[in-house]
Design a protein around this ligand. Structure first.
Ligand code: PMT
Length: 223
């Protein structure tokens, strides 16, 4: 059993990938399984938090006892997160949100025509940056999935998206990031590297992350 360090705290977590429709039977998505976000939800719940989980496309069962809100597109997830984050004390954004979506969603199944097809994509709204600008008392934790320059990109995201912590994973490494049961992350705060967690289960990563968050909040960090 865990300690109850997050008792009374409302924690909002996003997990999984978004699905961006092209036509009634086709969509763009990514490799996120939801495992990292679900592990964070479970860890927060074990520490006594009141957890709301916003889940995109996942292959996993969410932990029992947490409130789950299902979403598909980045736009759906944005609506839910903007609505829910007002009541949250802590927000952790582990979801892999599409940066681009098809500019046109076709009502009928696209027909095969020419030898090649060019798809036009348009930018989605950045959910983390949106709530970063609007946050008041919330402690905001983002993720950064990178394949190079982990520290530089993590610090850039922390500042641009007004986060209190960024959890950076180098997803080019074996056993790190998308899909598996393990992760290795570096946690950054405004002052730089806070802690580097070695390769370990996503569950253990999640427990340490929630401990770090509760320590920072207890020390008066955030916002
Ligand atoms: O789900 P798993 O299979 O367990 O894999 C875990 C994971 C690799 C998905 C997870 O560890 C992770 O890194 N999640 C973030 C993935 C991601 O989209 O990273 P990013 O660097 O592209 O985005 C940075 C942050 O901005 C993220 O917190 C993301 O949720 C957020 N974002 C991005 C784009 C967008 N339009 N809106 C956002 O809020």
């Amino acid at each position: 059993t865990q300690n109850q360090k997050l008792k009374g705290k409302k924690v909002l977590i996003t997990a999984g990938g978004t699905m961006e429709r092209l036509d009634p039977v086709r969509y763009l998505t990514n490799d996120s399984s939801g495992k990292m976000g679900f592990a964070i939800a479970e860890a927060a719940q074990l520490m006594g938090a009141d957890v709301t989980l916003v889940a995109g496309r996942t292959t996993e069962q969410p932990p029992k006892g947490v409130k789950v809100i299902r979403t598909q597109s980045a736009a759906d997830m944005l609506d839910v997160v903007v609505n829910e984050f007002q009541n949250a004390d802590i927000v952790v954004k582990a979801a892999a949100v599409a940066d681009y979506r098809p500019a046109v969603v076709h009502e009928q199944k696209l027909k095969k025509t020419g030898e090649s097809l060019v798809l036009e994509l348009e930018r989605t709204t950045d959910i983390l940056a949106t709530i970063g600008e609007r946050k008041s008392h919330q402690f905001l934790v983002g993720f950064a999935a990178e394949t190079e320059y982990l520290e530089r990109h993590a610090m850039d995201k922390l500042q641009r998206k007004h986060c209190d912590l960024i959890v950076a994973n180098d997803v080019s490494q074996d056993g790190v990031g998308f899909n598996g049961d393990t992760n290795a992350v570096e946690v950054y705060g405004p002052e730089g590297l806070v802690e580097a967690l070695p390769l370990m289960s996503k569950r253990a990563t999640a427990v340490r992350l929630m401990e770090l968050i509760s320590e920072r909040i207890a020390a008066g960090g955030g916002s």
